[in-house]
Design a protein around this ligand. Structure first.
Ligand code: BES
Ligand code: MN
Ligand code: ZN
Length: 516
């Protein structure tokens, strides 16, 4: 079922919550009044992140009357101006070197069209996003001239620029009418489908990451998975709380047990297309909030830690793309979902944990929680021997020190696979960069007290030692680990502050190439 159709069905699956005050009759007691708190929403935030992923469509239109846009790279500017009517030429020359959308008048002084100067740069997507950002809002536009930018990149840039996370804004602060672009990709074309998939996945990922932990705990992540599963006729299951111990996910349980009951740890799984020959398994770090546990983070480091389920959001976005593209693969998604909380039963620095495969870990820092829960999930991922395991995780601060906030670090022992992801990323304008699984650093995790310790004492090469820890749990499987920020700390064109998809289009492209 398409996203669009399911979205239309959404009202029927909502939980009906009466508005305002209502009373519940109780036997033998006087009627009591209950107030519906304003925080109660009719849909689960996890569910709505999936169901509203198609809202980018409101920023597009099919061919109709609209204001023309001419997209003009700076290098072509003078030549462009020469081609305009004498009056427009004079007018454009009077605007000294415009850098933002510039209205060009018609003979009657109304706006004939806009010209969008595009700055030089290496990534067309962000150059276009910058060019689109300054357009007057609430109008309907069509592209008249597009230089050598392709339609898919234009539409992707448009959709990413149109994205806003306004759920927690007052109504009057929300944009009024959507700013729309007439599409040039043909309605039933594969190009259109790929743009739509990327936008759906990105909207979904951004919404999930930006939703605060209070509204997006392990249970909500589970709701997101089951909603996505329903859309694609996939199966989803969840192993919750104590059950994790019976089912062999002891580290997920240990890390997540300090959270309150309604935010209990869980192992969420989605399976799709089970009869296909070739299998791929995606694993995503689902830490719905990372306080650092007993190794408590300082406030400044904690404030964005609702995003620590960014890896889970990414594998769901990727799963959406794989399933909607109907790739001929057996897909399995494993998400260990926890909240790294502070409580009397928090796991402690100095504790020794046992993973699903029996490997013991000396926990030296409760803030290194992600690798512990991923370990169990990775072991489970190896059990049906898929052709490829890919994990996404907001695993280390060291990754962003190494590559900055925008570039995910990729760890993979298979050179050809790593190269293929790198070039897919370049082509999709979704850059990733390889970091080494440098085996000599493995000794930094040695301890006489257990099989391995969770992190090194110095912290140098922290992204690498974290990846080496994970490598202990993947056996001989072909595995790729992506350590990423999943977050924009400041807004730039097409990339608003908040949750961000990084390496998502690159990974999909790699999988599409390999598995079709
Ligand atoms: N979720 C964090 C990693 C993180 C921090 C990602 C900031 C993005 C931005 C992770 O759980 C963590 O706290 N890692 C520690 C590991 C350390 C204790 C070995 C880190 O990177 O400091
Ligand atoms: Mn942590
Ligand atoms: Zn974390």
């Amino acid at each position: 079922m398409s996203l669009h159709r399911l979205a239309a069905f959404a009202p029927s699956v909502r939980v009906a919550v009466p508005r305002g005050n209502y009373s519940i009759p109780r036997v033998g007691r006087p009627r009591r009044r209950f107030v519906v708190l304003s925080t109660m929403t009719p849909t689960d935030p996890g569910m709505s992140a999936v169901l509203s992923a198609n809202r980018f469509q409101t920023h597009f239109s099919e061919p109709t009357q609209a204001t023309p846009l001419d997209i003009v790279p700076k290098a072509d500017w003078d030549e462009y101006v020469e081609r305009q009517t004498p009056a427009q030429k004079a007018w454009l020359k009077a605007q000294s070197n415009p850098t933002s959308p510039t209205p060009v008048p018609a003979a009657d002084a109304s706006i004939d069209h806009f010209v969008l100067p595009v700055k030089p740069g290496s990534i067309d997507l962000w150059r276009l996003a910058a060019a689109f950002s300054g357009l007057p809002k609430g109008n309907l536009y069509w592209i008249n001239e597009s230089a050598d930018f392709d339609d898919a990149t234009i539409e992707l840039a448009w959709g990413l620029t149109a994205y806003a996370f306004t759920k927690y804004k007052k109504q009057e602060d929300k944009p009024e009418a959507p700013t729309c672009l007439v599409r040039r990709t043909a309605a039933d074309s594969p190009v259109r489908a790929s743009v739509d998939r990327a936008l759906q996945a990105t909207y979904m990922v951004r919404d999930m990451i930006s939703t605060p932990a209070e509204d997006f705990g392990p249970r909500n992540l589970e709701a997101a998975v089951s909603t996505l599963a329903a859309q694609h006729a996939a199966r989803s299951t969840s192993i919750v709380g104590q059950q994790l111990l019976q089912h062999g996910y002891p580290q997920v349980h240990r890390v997540g047990r300090a959270a309150s009951t309604e935010r209990a740890p869980r192992l969420i799984e989605l399976t799709w297309n089970e009869s296909a020959q070739r299998a791929i398994t995606l694993v995503g770090k689902g830490v719905c909030y990372d306080t650092g546990g007993l190794s408590l983070k300082p406030t400044n480091s904690m404030v964005t830690m609702s995003k620590d389920m960014g890896g889970a959001a990414h594998v769901l976005g990727l799963a959406h793309m794989i399933m909607s593209a109907q790739l001929d693969v057996r897909l399995r998604v494993l998400i260990p979902a926890v909240e790294n909380s502070v409580s009397s039963n928090s796991f402690r620095p100095g504790d020794i944990l046992t993973a699903r495969n029996g490997t013991t870990t000396l926990n030296v820092n409760s803030d290194a929680e992600g690798r512990l829960i991923l370990a169990d999930a990775l072991v489970a991922a190896t059990e049906d021997n898929p052709e490829l395991i890919v994990d996404f995780a907001t695993l280390t601060g060291a990754q962003r020190v190494a590559l900055g906030p925008d570039i995910p670090g990729v760890f993979c022992d298979d050179d050809a696979l790593a190269d293929q992801l790198y070039s897919a990323g370049n082509r999709m304008e979704d850059i990733v960069w390889r970091l080494p699984l440098h085996q000599p650093y493995r000794k930094l995790l040695d301890t006489p007290l257990a099989d391995i310790k969770s992190c090194s004492s110095g912290g140098l090469g922290g992204a690498i030692t974290a990846a080496l820890y994970l490598k202990e749990f993947v056996g001989d499987c072909t595995w790729m680990h992506i350590d990423l920020m999943a977050y924009n700390s400041t807004s730039s064109p097409g990339r608003p502050e908040g949750g961000e998809a990084m390496g998502l289009r690159a990974a999909f492209e790699l999988i599409r190439e390999r598995f079709s």
